[in-house]
Design a protein. Structure first.
Length: 98
């Protein structure tokens, strides 16, 4: 199991490695949206990964291309539906401006 911390609520819970970040956040009750059923097309599940970026899946071209079209993106930006969790602890900020 991996430890997932959600900001700004500072909620911590355990998630299964190999699960998508989106699925883990939904299971934890986080208010996160998706309009494309996790296909990385809508950008509604945009999050900031503050800690643990080396322990999650690498960003793929399609996700990077989608992020390039969005406002408010930083080097910490990821689409939760495209992130696969590893074993390392992860801290994410669920954004509310999407």
């Amino acid at each position: 199991m991996t430890t997932l911390t959600i900001l700004p609520s500072n909620t911590t819970f355990e998630a299964a490695p190999g699960a998508t970040l989106f699925a883990a956040l939904k299971a934890a009750g986080a208010a996160i949206l998706s309009k494309c059923d996790g296909k990385g097309q809508c950008g509604a599940c945009h999050v900031f990964v503050h800690e643990g970026r080396k322990g999650i899946s690498k960003i793929q071209r399609a996700e990077n291309d989608k992020l390039d079209t969005m406002v408010g993106v930083s080097s910490k930006s990821r689409l939760a539906c495209q992130v696969v969790l590893g074993e390392d602890p992860v801290t994410v900020e669920v954004l509310s401006f999407v």
